[in-house]
Design a protein around this ligand. Structure first.
Ligand SMILES: NC(=O)c1ccc[n+]([C@@H]2O[C@H](COP(=O)([O-])OP(=O)(O)OC[C@H]3O[C@@H](n4cnc5c(N)ncnc54)[C@H](OP(=O)(O)O)[C@@H]3O)[C@@H](O)[C@H]2O)c1
Length: 330
């Protein structure tokens, strides 16, 4: 896969990127030592990762702060991607949010500023214009969105100029974007940045049943709605999810590879994917995930992995929102 380049960015976006949500140590992920977080970010840079993804929403600014600390003496080796929260989707709040991110990140320019969640989208066109103003002012190098479906992409196409990426949940047990969104991004020339590529750890194979999964990670539509912090209100499909993971486990065992490596490599072989943003909390996880980028999967294996996960894809359907019953991704 060719790394995504843009004349606006000083470095190419590496095919594997580091996500830093879990480094916030919030209620979803549990405690995280800052020393481990900094060592993790440094390990990623040393392994050739260029893009570090964060957001004001991760630990209410804590993730951005730790990214800022870690990059203080190596800013030129990293591209920082951060976001505008749903609560800040007005032109006035957008500018203030960007300034606050710049302070927490200890930098004078954000490499990629993304809309995190559209919310009602009432003022999307004004927010697009406000973000382009930040780019014109040199506070931001490039612009992107997250969680945009075909309808919102149409609005972006109509009023935005030179936006480069759409960040979306995508992994072997969450293939909703394949129905419509991958094609829409390709038509609009937007690179797809995949998030939750290991489905928050499920695709490492270390959880055998739904009851083994920590509470903060049982909120997705795969799980029953009576799991803690869930808000999708649906029945879930826990049995099929873990049966699907078992099928992937069998393929990975035959290849003699860890399941996580197979899951990451599968994404890197999918059309439209520009970068895979994995979460990691230790240098060891970074090293393992970057090594997975070297794994080649042949066409037969790709087809087999597709077949293993087709039934789950059909059951979960085209709604690309991992967490909500009524999709916020339009
Ligand atoms: N734009 C959006 O709306 C959005 C939404 C979600 C995420 N994101 C971004 O995407 C990033 C990645 O997604 P994610 O953190 O949700 O999920 P993920 O990357 O699928 O999973 C991360 C978790 O998987 C486990 N893991 C990672 N590498 C491992 C390895 N080699 N061996 C064993 N376990 C491993 C770790 O679990 P343990 O913690 O148990 O060690 C880690 O915290 C986030 O950090 C964030 O930057 C964006």
């Amino acid at each position: 896969m060719k790394p995504l380049t843009s004349s606006a960015l000083p470095l190419p976006i590496s095919p594997l990127a580091l996500g830093t949500w879990a480094l916030a140590g919030d209620k979803f992920w549990g405690a995280q030592a800052e020393t481990d977080s900094i060592a993790t970010i440094h390990a990623a840079l040393d392994a050739g990762v260029t893009l570090i993804d964060t957001a004001p929403a991760y630990g209410d600014g804590l993730s951005e702060q730790v990214v800022g600390k870690a990059l203080r003496d190596r800013r030129d080796r990293a591209l920082i991607a951060t976001k505008i929260s749903e609560a800040d989707m007005t032109p006035e709040k957008t500018a203030a949010s960007c300034e606050a991110s710049l302070r927490r990140l200890q930098t004078d320019c954000i490499d990629l500023l993304q809309i995190h969640w559209l919310g009602t989208g009432e003022r999307l066109e004004e927010v697009i214009a406000a973000m382009e103003k930040l780019r014109d002012a040199g506070k931001v190098r490039a612009l992107g969105v997250c969680n945009f479906g075909p309808q919102s992409l149409g609005r972006l196409r109509a009023s935005g100029h030179g936006w480069i990426t759409n960040q979306l949940a995508y992994n072997l047990i969450w293939r909703a974007i394949e129905f419509e969104i991958v094609g829409a991004c390709q038509r609009d020339g937007l690179g797809i940045l995949c998030y939750s590529p290991l489905h928050q750890g499920l695709l490492t194979g270390r959880f055998r049943t739904a009851n083994d999964v920590p509470a903060g990670r049982t909120r997705t539509r795969h799980f029953r709605a009576d799991r803690p912090m869930s808000r999708h209100g649906g029945a879930g499909c826990e049995e099929l999810t873990f049966a699907t993971i078992d099928r992937i486990r069998t393929v990975a065992a035959r290849l003699g590879q860890p399941m996580a490596d197979v899951a990451l490599a599968w994404l890197l072989h999918r059309p439209g994917v520009s970068s895979v943003i994995f979460g990691a909390r230790t240098p060891q996880q970074v090293h393992a995930n970057v090594a997975a980028g070297r794994l080649q999967l042949d066409a037969a294996t790709m087809a087999e992995l597709g077949q293993c996960t087709d039934e789950l894809k059909t059951v979960l359907g085209p709604s690309a929102d991992l967490w909500a019953g009524e999709s916020r991704i339009r």
